[in-house]
Design a protein around this ligand. Structure first.
Ligand code: PA5
Length: 432
């Protein structure tokens, strides 16, 4: 199971205060699990892993098989926010860092509709010209502008290239069961469709087809991911003060109450960069409301120690750090001996690169704690589908508990509408 080490907060919080917050978190856990809190019509994610059966997984895998038959070598996944970040985080975490350059097997998954950049769009269209492509379009509301614009362009490309009927077989829509423009379009055109249940919000949807279809298309084992989430669902239902989700929710709220307003998610593994983005959305959209909320930020170390390190060590003391540690590297690389030792690195000869990374992590932890940054350590054994499934569910559960301790509804996002209203007015959308 996901492990948590809170000893890096010992010098910042009084034990009794922490016990107080553990009680608050246990009460919040009860509200969440008994479904009596604000937004309780959005709790479908809670028992989702144990509800996913072979039939649902096979339905997702059926898309992979059909597109392998067509020799599809590029899948454009269109979506924004919760409709892309989970898949992006998982695919980045599990992929070879240089898969494109190595020309590794399997269709490449690229993302679109998560921005409105004209240059990005034009470059995507350049790429499409060179590939045997298909598309997964994801929007729960079915009305979000960014993915709708990208989909119109990709759809047109597919229809122009393959003809209308063949294009239809290269498009999968993941959306609401009844509402929204995407649903009407999918019905009319006859696209293969997956439903996002009413009771699951975007940022809690990574373990639905929203995440599972793209992750499977990228060649990863969604059965193992769901198994990991299922194990986490079971373990984190424990209503005791030992529950790591409860302890973490308690500590982050206590630190916030003590003036640590920013949670810096850090990893010493560059493949976790988009997990940081997913976490920012999960916590930012769930907690940042009613004038409250921990501000989530993310960094990759040691990379960002050479950019953000100065601020973290020495800037305004409003930060705490949550480090996501992967205990075991998948590969081994040792530093060679060099007879001349002109770079002075022979003291590391024979040592694994991972050893250096761990010592960097330990040194950073000590320095940051000394500098006034409490440290929470969250650990998984290795970076694979199973443990990522655990991690996704763990953070969703923490988020639900934590937001209830904070006193906000974790499952709405009223603030997201403000920019849309202005943009629609400026774009002269009918009715605005
Ligand atoms: O978490 C959320 O609900 C949001 O981030 C949505 O996922 C995002 O706004 C995209 O919405 P939709 O899937 O309706 O296009």
């Amino acid at each position: 199971m996901v492990k948590i080490d809170l000893s890096g907060c010992d010098s910042f919080v009084a034990k009794e205060r922490f016990e107080e917050y553990v009680k608050k978190a246990l009460a919040a856990q009860q509200v969440l699990e008994d479904e009596t809190g604000a937004g309780n019509d959005f709790l479908g994610w809670q028992h989702l892993p144990s509800a996913i059966g072979k039939e649902q997984l096979d339905d997702c895998l059926g898309v992979v098989d059909r597109w392998i038959e067509k020799e599809v070598d590029l899948v454009v996944v269109i979506g924004i926010g919760g409709s892309y970040l989970g898949a992006k985080a998982a695919i980045e975490a599990l992929s070879h860092s240089f898969s494109s350059l190595l020309g590794l097997q399997g269709p490449k998954v690229v993302f679109a509709g998560e921005n409105l950049s004209e240059d990005y769009t034009a470059e995507l269209l350049d790429l499409l010209q060179t590939r045997n492509a298909a598309c997964v379009v994801i929007s729960k509301s079915g009305t979000t502008t960014e993915p709708a614009v990208a989909f119109r362009l990709v759809k047109q490309h597919l229809e122009d290239t393959y003809g209308k009927e063949e294009a239809c077989s290269r498009i999968v829509a993941i959306t609401d069961k009844a509402r929204g423009a995407l649903k009407s379009l999918a019905n009319q055109e006859g696209y293969k469709t997956f439903v996002i249940e009413d009771n699951i919000g975007g940022r809690f949807s990574v373990l639905t087809p929203v995440g599972l279809v793209p992750i499977a298309l990228a060649g990863f084992d969604i059965e193992a991911m769901v198994r990991g989430a299922k194990d986490a669902e079971k373990a984190l239902a424990d209503r005791s003060a030992d529950n790591p989700a409860v302890r973490y929710a308690a500590m982050r709220n206590l630190l916030y109450a003590q003036g640590k307003k920013v949670e810096l998610f850090a990893s010493f593994h560059p493949k976790m960069q988009y997990l940081g983005e997913w976490l920012k959305q999960l916590f930012g959209e769930s907690e940042g409301k009613d004038g409250k909320g921990i501000f989530p930020a993310s960094v990759i170390f040691t990379t960002d120690l050479h950019s953000m390190g100065q601020y973290i060590q020495d800037g305004e003391r409003m930060l705490f750090e949550t480090v996501i540690t992967v205990e075991n590297a998948q590969r081994e690389v040792s530093i060679p001996r060099d007879e001349q030792d002109l770079d002075g690195l022979n003291y590391l000869a024979g040592k694994r690169v991972e050893h250096c990374n761990r010592m960097a992590q330990l040194g950073t932890r000590m320095a940051h704690i000394d500098g006034g940054v409490p440290n929470i350590d969250i650990r998984i054994e290795q970076l694979d589908e199973y443990h990522l499934g655990q991690l996704f569910y763990f953070f969703e559960k923490v988020c639900g508990i934590s937001a209830y301790v904070l006193g906000v509804n974790p499952f709405n996002q009223p603030g997201v509408e403000a920019y849309k209203k202005n943009m629609f007015k400026l774009l002269e959308k009918p009715g605005y």
